[in-house]
Design a protein around this ligand. Structure first.
Ligand code: UTP
Length: 298
């Protein structure tokens, strides 16, 4: 698939400056983005997804206490030498994996004022040629990967901003940002006429909920400067997108018909860890046997 320079994206923003309160007390000292799903931090999966979709630069938004998140993507020459000397080639490959994915830079969000504010903090990192930028939330694993490439294709055809949606059971919808949509000729692509954050189930305009993947036109940064605190007193990315829609900017969603893990709370994180571990050649078989035994004895 060829994409013209004006519609392709090369920069991906990963906001990782939140307080992670749902993971307290661990997040007093360890950023939740570094918690291991089996042996690999969730943020590495998300960085890999961005690289697979064509991003060459990852802009991680961190806060002053969360330097470890960016450090994770730096090479560790002394550790690499030790592993090399000991002939630990598999471990060496694992250690080198994250730094080799794409070029990582950071933006600092001094205070956790909301996701919209965090994205806005990355604006100085953009280059003049970045007409669109991807945003991936590191606590949202969207499986299988590949939806960003589909979103880029939709932007190529329709312009504007493209988001990712999941079709969620109505009884769960009030936990999400929800799209007001109309159909297009493609069953998995909808035109967005509005967006509301966490509506009551009977007022939700659809059952299509926002997932943590965004392909944002650069116009978003101007909209982010014009919003005021919304749900939870935070500057919401949803509100800036809603502003763009109201001003006639084209916004579409790609409906992702796949799975998802929410790593942002302990319950979702545990499911992801078990799901990934069950597929793991080393840990899978014994975990499966132990789980059968453990659950069977209840
Ligand atoms: P979340 O709401 O899931 O993260 O935001 P949180 O605020 O850290 O977690 P809780 O609710 O206190 O448990 C989604 C993503 O946006 C980032 C978070 O780091 C997370 O990756 N974020 C959120 C920021 O970077 N800055 C903010 O001000 C808020």
């Amino acid at each position: 698939m060829s994409m013209s320079a004006s519609t392709a994206f090369t920069a991906a923003i990963v906001p990782a400056a939140g307080l992670g309160t749902r993971f307290l007390p661990t997040t007093k000292a360890v950023p939740k983005e570094l918690l291991p799903v089996v042996d690999t931090p969730g943020i590495e999966y998300v960085a890999r997804e961005a690289a697979e979709a064509g991003a060459t630069r990852l802009i991680i938004v961190t806060s002053p206490g969360k330097d470890a998140v960016a450090q994770y993507f730096q090479p560790r020459p002394e550790l690499e030498k030790t592993l090399e000397d000991r002939g630990k080639t598999e471990l060496l490959a694992k250690v080198r994996r994250a730094p080799n994915l794409l070029a990582v830079e950071t933006a600092i969000q001094e205070e956790a004022l909301g996701l919209g504010h965090a994205v806005g903090c990355a604006e100085p990192n953009l280059r003049p040629e970045d007409e669109a930028v991807a945003v991936l939330l590191p606590d949202d694993l969207v499986l299988p990967t590949g939806v960003l490439a589909r979103m880029a294709k939709v932007r190529e055809e329709k312009g504007g901003t493209v988001l990712c949606a999941f079709d969620i059971p109505r009884e769960e919808i009030s936990a999400y940002g929800v799209f007001d949509v109309e159909d297009t000729e493609d069953g998995d692509v909808k035109k967005v006429n509005g967006m509301v954050e966490k509506p009551p189930a009977d007022e939700a305009p659809s059952t299509f909920a926002a997932a943590g993947r965004y392909l944002l036109d650069r116009a978003i940064f101007d909209a982010l400067k014009r919003i005021t605190p919304g749900a939870g007193g935070e500057l919401q990315l949803t509100d800036a997108i809603a502003l763009l829609i109201a001003e006639g900017h084209p916004v579409h969603v790609v409906v992702h018909r796949g799975g998802r893990h929410d790593l942002g709370n302990p319950g979702g994180f545990l499911r992801a860890a078990v799901d990934f571990a069950l597929e793991h050649p080393e840990y899978g078989p014994s975990l499966r046997a132990w789980l059968r035994d453990r659950v069977g004895s209840e």
